[in-house]
Write a protein of this length. Sequence first.
Length: 324
Amino acid sequence: MFNALVLEEAGKNTKASLQRLPESRLTHGDVLVKVDYSTLNYKDALAITGKGKIVRQWPMVPGIDYAGTVLSSDHPDYRIGDEVLLTGWGVGEQYWGGLAEKASARAEWLIPLPAGMSAKRAMAIGTAGFTAMLSLMALERAGINPEQGPVLVTGASGGVGSVAVQLLAKAGYEVHAATGRPQHADWLKQLGAAAIVERAELDGEPGPLESQRWAGAVDTVGGRILARVLSQTRMYGAVAACGLAGGVGLHTTVMPFILRGVSLLGINSVHIPKQQRIQAWERLHNSLPLNFEEQVQVFTLEQSIQAAQDLLNGKLRGRVLIQP
Ligand code: NDP
């Protein structure tokens, strides 16, 4: 038996409760994992609260990422005691996820924990940190380097945003952190932000082309802010679009693309091939501070229901760990 957070369809709502389940309910994988840590991502918060259509099969155990220890394996790549981590692949959406004491995974979804990385550190980074790294790597591939000018991060006090601030600063960029919560300004500066931009300053109707401000950007919010950021991006700059916390719409013009050569780079962390995952995780391990995992909040499975509400209501900052 094991404890899990279970989401059930209740009319148009989602009912979330802590339940004790038999191991026989874990059916879809060939590797059984003891979950040491999972996390609370924006997507998990949408699933738990029912505020977004994330769950594709009921009942669902949410949790789009986890790190833990192999309890049993029918796959030659993994043995009992191996330390593994998982992000994406529809886990917590289509397949039962990490907000549980145990999870069943397909071997191809897992990667070994990088040498020297604890399960806690892996999940302090989590899908959000992985996405921040993919965004940085996309900007680098687009040729954006620190000499070209400031790089903007939107939704900077969130999970993806706060890690992006740290990674970009570590890589030598002048990071401007856009936030709707000025109370986190000092913290964002400690993480490496050179300047704070008020969210409201970016949240107006965008002109087709505005003054050129950003050499690059990591945008976690989408909507009107992304449109505005595109119109403020410098000649041959690039914007990595990875989120929708501010909206899914994107009403812009072709002007930034055809008159300034701006690139819009799509980031999808869910289906990244294994080799690229391993590379990104190695780099995350080496780039983030040694005590990174001590700076995040840790909640229990039971507390995750309230934490999901709090995350969507802007009451949490940075990364949120769940210890089942
Ligand atoms: P968080 O809730 O931790 O962070 C989101 C941040 O966005 C908030 O902290 C807030 O930052 C800002 N924000 C919230 N509401 C609004 C709003 N209405 N308008 C503008 N800004 C707002 O979520 P995560 O960091 O976990 O995820 C961020 C986004 O990235 C989500 O949309 C998520 O779905 C997406 N994502 C995408 C992935 C991919 O593969 N593409 C993978 C992981 C996440 P502040 O208070 O500082 O302004």
